[in-house]
Design a protein. Structure first.
Length: 550
């Protein structure tokens, strides 16, 4: 959403390089708000964790029914104490979970070991009395409760057993876990509550150095490839659906498959579920929204019915603008399809609409310059780079795109940091089309960029939802797949990802991945992560095997 103040810095950078190739609670409870005395054996692989009898590191196990013992009463509303405050707590699951929402019954049954959704409940030991009191479960049976030392140990325990439910104070939530909604409210993301007072779940806990405040969070929506020619032009202009149609998608379901395309591949049967505009709400609701602009928009654009040369009618850029995109990358293998003049005319058209851009310009210095935004009290720099079409790269005095040259991009990232950028995001165009697994060259280059200071890498080009990796705590998305595109000849090309990233200051605290299905050759729609979206996410996490600790 274009509400961030924007500065554009032109970094005069040199350097050359080579292109990187394509203790548990049982029986008695301490008073709420005080550390719990834990007992039990350590959980394998989870330092500082302990188990309640009747559960295991992999979930509840059958045990003889114990003789009930009296449980001292714990007040559901602990008395105020020095250094305590009403702290928002959040239900969490493992990062790769497809769950989105839980209710109180989920917590109660997970704790009791009777849940059909969860194999147990995970809490930080010192916080467990207050959290159980806040949930109204201070005196509930604790057949399947696991206590761990801290937030990091909780994330590790969730990764070891993805079937568990946890609760954590909001200021301790990080991207390795997935924060869920509670009673339909969200504490992170574009639809987050405006204040702690509006959040329905708090516990009396020790205050933190920096109290959690939703108002201090900021968000990024990141999309894949936008292509406005061929089938997209047909639907928007020739069929009269209008320039806003591609960005007005709602929710969809995959109901089956039919055989087959001319390539012999089955494609999904789909059904619209309503909620039109849901995709736009994420993009426009984000503080910053990015995408890859997969081609030029020259003054004399020509409609192509087929082929791989693209030119976009400038009228369609109004749809990109009204969707809420703040920045687009022009560093890709199609930006030069209308020649040097087409590159410059695209830049002029985007400038006229106020859509920022990067990765191409009238010379290499302009093409390599970062675009800088001020948002959430931090400075964010974004760089676009292309590793595919060297013939379109800009020179010292020639128009073109910014090449993904290792020494150059490393220097540019360092320069952006030196110029005051708190967060640096790189949008590379790279990889092998129609492959979800990154090459060794991509992985090495991604690590070099993070070593240089990059905080996020969000790649495109392969037209598939591709692998994800975490290096030094920094996420790398190797490909988000198609966003607005007309590749209807296979299931993976009709699907993609929309990222919804939440930051607190310069720190990424949540990364939500929305799977998409493209309908009518042009319009991305949200898939249920636990429904039709399992195919997309299965492809991503399958390709990420060994790369993703979250």
């Amino acid at each position: 959403m274009k509400r961030a103040s924007i500065l554009v810095i032109l970094a005069l950078l040199g350097g050359a390089g080579v292109l990187a190739l394509g203790g548990g609670l049982h029986g008695a409870s301490p008073a709420a708000g005080t550390p719990a005395a834990a007992s039990g054996a350590p959980i394998a692989g989870v330092p500082g964790a302990s188990e309640v009898p009747g559960s295991s590191a992999l979930g509840p196990v059958a045990t003889p029914t114990p003789t009930p013992t009296p449980t001292p009463t714990v007040s559901a509303t602990p008395a105020p104490a020095a250094g305590l405050a009403d702290v928002p707590i959040v239900p969490i699951v493992q990062f790769q979970s497809a769950l989105e929402d839980v209710v109180l019954a989920d917590a109660a049954t997970a704790l009791a070991g009777t849940s059909s959704r969860f194999s147990g409940l995970l809490l930080v030991r010192a916080e467990s009395p207050a959290i159980l009191a806040a949930l109204g479960l201070a005196q509930a049976p604790r057949t399947s409760l696991t206590l761990v030392a801290d937030a990091d140990a909780l994330a590790t325990a969730l990764a070891a057993n993805r079937g568990r439910l946890g609760f954590l104070r909001a200021d301790a939530v990080g991207p390795a876990v997935r924060a869920l909604t509670w009673r339909g409210s969200a504490l992170f993301g574009v639809d987050r509550v405006a204040s702690v007072a509006a959040w329905p779940l708090t516990a009396r806990l020790p205050t933190a150095a920096h109290a959690f405040a939703p108002s201090r969070l900021w968000t990024v929506a990141a999309a894949g490839d936008i292509m406005l020619d061929r089938g997209v032009y047909r639907e928007t202009i020739l069929q009269g659906r209008g320039v806003d149609f591609p960005f007005g998608g709602g929710r969809a379901a995959v109901t089956g498959h039919r055989c087959c395309t001319s390539f012999g591949w089955p494609i999904p049967l789909t059904r619209r579920l309503g909620n039109a505009g849901a995709v736009r709400e994420i993009v426009a609701g984000a503080d910053l929204a990015f995408a890859n602009h997969e081609g030029p928009a020259p003054v004399d654009a020509r409609y192509h019915t087929s082929g791989t040369v693209f030119t976009f009618d400038q009228r369609l850029l109004a749809g990109v603008d009204r969707a809420g995109f703040d920045w687009v990358s022009l560093a890709n293998n199609h930006i030069g399809d209308a020649g040097s003049r087409g590159v410059l005319e695209t830049i002029t058209a985007l400038d006229r609409l106020g859509i920022r851009h990067g990765g191409a310009g009238r010379n290499a210095t302009a093409a390599r310059a970062p675009t800088t935004f001020a948002v959430g009290g931090v400075k964010v720099a974004v760089l676009g780079r292309d590793a595919i079409a060297a013939r379109y790269w800009a020179g010292a005095a020639t128009v073109g795109s910014a090449g993904l040259v290792r020494d150059q991009v490393v220097a540019d990232i360092r320069a952006a940091k030196a110029a005051g950028a708190d967060v640096v995001i790189v949008y590379p165009h790279w990889g092998v089309e129609y492959h979800a697994t990154p090459t060794a060259g991509q992985r090495a280059l991604a690590k070099a960029m993070i070593d240089a200071g990059a905080d996020l890498i969000i790649g495109n080009h392969v037209h598939w939802a591709a692998a994800m990796e975490v290096y030094k705590g920094k996420p790398i998305w190797y490909g988000l797949g198609n966003f607005v595109f007309d590749q209807t000849w296979s299931e993976p090309t009709q699907q993609g990802l929309l990222l919804e990233l939440t930051f607190s200051g310069r720190t990424l605290v949540q990364a939500r991945i929305h799977p998409l299905e493209i309908l009518d050759s042009s319009q991305p729609n949200l898939l249920d992560p636990a429904g039709g979206g399992t195919v997309v996410m299965g492809q991503v996490f399958g390709a990420s095997k060994g790369l993703l600790p979250w």
